[in-house]
Design a protein around this ligand. Structure first.
Ligand SMILES: CC(C)(COP(=O)(O)OP(=O)(O)OC[C@H]1O[C@@H](n2cnc3c(N)ncnc32)[C@H](O)[C@@H]1OP(=O)(O)O)[C@@H](O)C(=O)NCCC(=O)NCCS
Length: 239
């Protein structure tokens, strides 16, 4: 088995109907338009709080531009994607029920430089990028002492498989990937209760704890009533 499909953990969980299911977390070589890319576009983008507030999935133009941005991100720095799949005890991945994407960044990398050659016409994408730059500001203040680190580009669990501990397991594996690759730190913006709880359970620390009111003021976005009260930039180190 190649390193790109390394299996990190195997675990068992209970579905809502009470039946047990065997799952595993393994690496995944992300390619444009593959199954993981499709899950991100069709499910993560409409649901994740910041993408949702920016309205990316509601505008066909923004959705197309976001897809182009994702493809561009593949080229600028190495990605490490992991998937949670049903453990069929073979090497094949039949059903992906969760995923997490991290990108190896340098503390000198800037979003502005990464998207420099791209033009975003939709207001929704401009809003999303503005929000991303605001959050980058919070991160840079704290993460500058780490020359390199993994930055979370998205974590998602299929609605039928939620509250089964999958995000918890994905977040646990993020640290194992750091150790394996000798990367000192991994961090992510946690915009959902599930990921904040899972990170806390795995002893992640908090770089910044931003109230939704402050985030709305800084980004110009409006979060719905279903949004969480705090956005947290969380991290863990290999030490
Ligand atoms: C956020 C998300 C990844 C959580 O995945 P999950 O596999 O259901 O999370 P887990 O089962 O590992 O739950 C971790 C903890 O959070 C709790 N939790 C999960 N979802 C919750 C919710 N909606 N409300 C309250 N608690 C929740 C779990 O009970 C668990 O806590 P416990 O161990 O103390 O019982 C999933 O809901 C999702 O994909 N959401 C849409 C995309 C998104 O917002 N991604 C997050 C970006 S940071």
């Amino acid at each position: 088995m190649s390193d790109t499909c390394k299996v990190w953990t195997r675990f068992e969980s209970k579905k809502r109907d009470g039946t047990s299911i065997k799952l595993r977390i393994q690496s995944w070589k992300l390619k444009p338009q593959d199954a993981v890319f499709d899950l991100v576009m069709k499910h993560f983008v409409p649901e994740e709080a910041i993408h949702k507030a920016a309205g990316i999935s509601k505008s066909p133009e923004a959705f197309q531009e976001y897809s182009e941005l994702m493809t561009h991100f593949f080229k600028v720095a190495p990605l490490h994607t992991i998937v949670c799949c049903v453990d069929n005890e073979s090497n094949t991945v039949d059903q992906i029920v969760g995923l997490s994407i991290a990108q190896l960044m340098k503390n000198t990398d800037k979003l502005e430089d990464i998207v420099n050659d791209m033009e975003f016409k939709s207001e929704e994408m401009q809003q999303l990028l503005h929000a991303a730059k605001v959050l980058e500001g919070y991160l840079k203040e704290k993460a500058s002492c780490y020359e390199t680190y993994y930055f979370g580009r998205g974590i998602f669990v299929h609605p039928e498989y939620r509250k089964m501990g999958i995000a918890n397991e994905l977040i646990k594996v993020k640290k194992l990937i750091c150790i394996d690759n000798n990367v000192p730190m991994t961090c992510a913006g946690m915009s959902a209760v599930g990921t904040q709880r899972a990170a806390e359970k795995n002893n992640w620390k908090t770089f910044s704890d931003i109230s939704i009111e402050e985030l709305e003021e800084e980004t110009g976005l409006t979060f719905g009533d279903d949004a969480i009260s705090k956005h947290k930039l969380m991290y863990t180190t290999i030490n």
